[in-house]
Design a protein around this ligand. Structure first.
Ligand SMILES: *Cc1c(COP(=O)(O)O)cnc(C)c1O
Length: 219
């Protein structure tokens, strides 16, 4: 089941689009099955998952943090987790980027990050609003131990993925715009958007990372 789901989705993804398997709430056995079937990147919402799984799976996969990132969430900023993660996809404030920069300086690691955008400007939602994105990126680009590699969004909750298309399109426009600024230390390489119900639309609109949980583990 999981094996088939993974292989089917991997075979359908266009060249250059990467699959992040979102592991929240999944059993170790299911996650290992997905990895055996070809998953190369795990998406982690909860630090306890990397704590439990990293010793078992280690560098067989890459590790992306996709959970809520807050300065007060000290766990993410602890040395062993910073050493484990290959990318943090959910940076949405200068304060957090600065804190991350300090912690990464201590361990001599430059952390690839994506900036999370609250594309529909929903109140209470994580992510920087589009109007503030450029200023934030200019500030964060001056930090030495974090490297901006692209943008990420969750998008609003809708009943039909077509309703997400305009938001995904706007994300791609922002992605291209930031890329066109040619800022030092900013490489607009990854656009992470689309989940189980929306990844096809997201890819049509330019996503090159899709984050899928349900459809891999339950589909
Ligand atoms: C849960 C989650 C996903 C995947 O959602 P599914 O609908 O299960 O595919 C993607 N991104 C983030 C940030 C998530 O928390």
């Amino acid at each position: 089941m999981i094996r088939d789901n993974v292989q089917k989705i991997l075979s359908e993804l266009p060249l250059g689009v990467e699959l992040v398997a979102v592991i929240k709430g999944r059993s170790l056995e299911d996650i290992l099955t997905a990895v055996e079937a070809g998953v190369k990147i795990l998406g982690v919402n909860y630090i306890k998952d990397v704590r439990n799984l990293f010793p078992l799976i280690n560098r067989k996969v890459s590790w992306h943090y996709i959970g809520i990132a807050k300065v007060e969430k000290h766990d993410l900023l602890r040395r062993k987790y910073l050493e484990a993660f290959d990318m943090i996809e959910t940076i949405d404030s200068i304060e957090l980027a600065e804190e991350l920069d300090k912690k990464c300086a201590n361990i001599g690691k430059t952390m690839p990050i994506l900036i999370e955008v609250n594309i529909a400007k929903e109140p209470q939602k994580s992510g920087v609003v589009p109007d503030k994105l450029e200023d934030m990126i200019r500030e964060v680009s001056s930090l030495k131990y974090v490297k901006i590699m692209g943008l990420m969004t969750m998008g609003p909750l809708v009943d039909d993925s077509e309703k997400l298309r305009p938001y995904f399109r706007e994300m791609k426009r922002l992605f291209d715009y930031v890329g066109s600024l040619g800022l030092p230390n900013v490489e607009m390489k990854y656009l992470s958007m689309g989940m189980s119900d929306s990844y096809k639309v997201a890819i049509e609109e330019g996503a090159n990372i899709v984050r899928i949980g349900t459809k891999l583990f339950e589909g």
